[in-house]
Design a protein around this ligand. Structure first.
Ligand code: ADP
Length: 162
């Protein structure tokens, strides 16, 4: 069975992520969306919230699993019986970081392969941080994230302002 693992912070999930998820799910038997628990910078949405938003948006997609992970991605993958990572590439600026991560993961486990999928034509400018920035100032995020989670995103920033 061909399993692909798509790791990220998804803080929050955007239409750019979804485009990669939907395309990647077509070329494997199972796609595991792996949501990173800790990062250097504290996320705006908690791990539970990030997983819940993804679950809501991907509800009913049969070959997609959503799981939280902490620690090394290669250890998580071993537990899941997976050896292939899929990542999205937006611009040259993504390349250097992704290149480093791919080689480091290979250093940790020589069986791990990293595949890159080019961003959808409408999403090359889109990142979770751009969505957070717009939403925190009340800017329009329609078209950038799935409609069903827009209100939840605004609400989160309203709570944060209180
Ligand atoms: P972000 O950089 O938006 O905070 P993540 O850290 O959650 O996103 O990224 C997870 C993966 O999704 C990375 O491989 C990243 O390159 C990819 N990705 C994020 N946004 C897009 C997009 N608009 N198009 C294609 N890939 C994307």
């Amino acid at each position: 069975m061909r399993i692909l693992v798509y790791p990220g912070s998804f803080d929050p999930v955007t239409n750019g992520h979804l485009d990669i998820i939907e395309r990647a799910a077509k070329i494997c038997d199972k796609l595991i969306v792996a949501v990173l628990v800790n990062r250097n910078k504290a996320p705006v949405f908690s791990i539970e919230e990030r997983v819940a938003l993804l679950k809501e948006v991907l509800d009913g997609k049969p070959n997609i699993e959503i799981a939280a992970f902490s620690g090394l991605l290669v250890d998580f993958m071993k537990k899941k019986g997976a050896n292939t990572i899929i990542k999205g590439l937006r611009a040259v600026s993504d390349f250097e970081y992704e290149f480093q991560m791919a080689l480091l993961n290979k250093h940790l486990d020589n069986n791990i392969e990293t595949l890159f999928m080019m961003t959808g034509i409408n999403y090359s400018y889109l990142s979770s941080s751009a969505v957070r920035e717009l939403a925190s100032h009340g800017g329009n995020i329609k078209g950038l994230v799935p409609d069903i989670i827009i209100d939840r995103i605004y609400k989160k920033f309203e709570e944060n302002r209180k």
